[in-house]
Ligand binder design. Sequence first.
Ligand SMILES: CC(C)(COP(=O)(O)OP(=O)(O)OC[C@H]1O[C@@H](n2cnc3c(N)ncnc32)[C@H](O)[C@@H]1OP(=O)(O)O)[C@@H](O)C(=O)NCCC(=O)NCCS
Length: 168
Amino acid sequence: MSVEPIQLIRHRRGAWRLRHTPGQLQQLQQLLDAHSFWASGRSRRDLSLMLAGSQAAISAWQGSRLVGFGRATSDGVFRAVLWDVVVAGEHQGRGLGRKIVEALLGEPALRGVERTYLMTTNSAGFYEQLGFTAADCQKLMLRFSDEKPNQRDSTTDVEDQTKKIDSQ
Ligand SMILES: CC(C)(COP(=O)(O)OP(=O)(O)OC[C@H]1O[C@@H](n2cnc3c(N)ncnc32)[C@H](O)[C@@H]1OP(=O)(O)O)[C@@H](O)C(=O)NCCC(=O)NCCS
């Protein structure tokens, strides 16, 4: 029996198609629920907002099945952060995670950026093979919020938001 090849998709900023193609957001939710501890239990509404606010996203498909994902936020010059790199269990250990991270690092929003950060609990060895080193000189700090995120779609109303802030 032939195995279907895996195809990587580079999403445009905000990943509109991944958010709006029926069933795709649900598959992302299921992938994160099944294979990540930090991103399980996220609602589809919030995942959609998350994608809208990401400057780069890569998805990996075997036929119509989502088998891998990764995304990044970036200011395009100084700082970028990788988030939510996940490969479906049966595809792990075959080089797909590496391809996803390499594709993310090659995206225009990340290429040439001075520093790219990430946070990992169990996969430091994986990222070391991709050129990352432990930042022992820095301390990770966190602030939690009880507020719900803004529901507006950040890919469509940048000018509008600027006006609002200026007039306050
Ligand atoms: C971590 C993860 C994304 C790696 O993807 P993958 O497709 O399994 O990794 P690859 O096959 O591309 O591995 C590339 C190399 O990294 C190594 N590697 C993979 N996972 C590793 C880990 N957790 N620790 C150390 N090395 C690891 C592999 O052995 C391989 O080395 P090799 O080229 O010498 O054989 C995947 O295992 C996964 O989704 N895990 C669960 C979610 C998770 O923890 N994500 C990381 C978020 S920070």
